[in-house]
Design a protein around this ligand. Structure first.
Ligand code: DQA
Length: 144
């Protein structure tokens, strides 16, 4: 089962960027731990600060991968193009956010992507990604 994690703008700065909100750990530090936690899954990670690059990646994997975990950063609140891409691909997408958007500025409380996603996980720091991957795993038919 292939799952791609896509991180959008500014998430390359994780660990250094506003640590009081986003934590002190980089995604590159966290990712191997995630791979170890899910030995039966093929996990990969893509980060870009560019809307078009994220669109291209969604198109590239959106008809072949089993799942996409997407933290689109600020594009979550602004990008109709990303919302259209999530709506247009076949692969289910789980939206994640490190911070609890409901507790933040009003402009962060609207996600243009959410209605096209299988669900959204927000507020658990890096744990949000683990919960999203776990959801995909739970969808797999169990062997008896
Ligand atoms: C974020 C929340 C967004 O509002 C913000 O623009 C980010 C990170 C989060 O993970 O909490 O870049 O997606």
């Amino acid at each position: 089962m292939n799952i791609l994690i896509i991180n959008g703008p500014n998430l390359n700065l994780l660990g250094r960027r506003e640590p009081g909100i986003y934590g002190t750990r980089s995604f590159d530090d966290f990712f191997p731990e995630l791979e170890t936690a899910f030995p039966d899954l093929t996990l990969s990670h893509f980060q870009s600060n560019h809307e078009g690059a994220i669109l291209d990646k969604l198109h590239e994997v959106g008809f072949t991968h089993h799942g996409i975990v997407l933290n689109a950063g600020a594009y979550t609140h602004t990008s109709i193009a990303l919302a259209d891409a999530v709506a247009g691909i076949a692969t289910p997408v789980v939206e994640v956010h490190l911070s609890n958007l409901a507790a933040r500025e009003e402009f962060r409380q609207k996600s243009l992507l959410g209605r096209h996603c299988a669900g959204s996980i927000s507020g658990f720091g890096l744990e949000s990604y683990r919960l999203a991957v776990q959801w995909f795993l739970n969808q797999q038919p169990k062997r008896v």
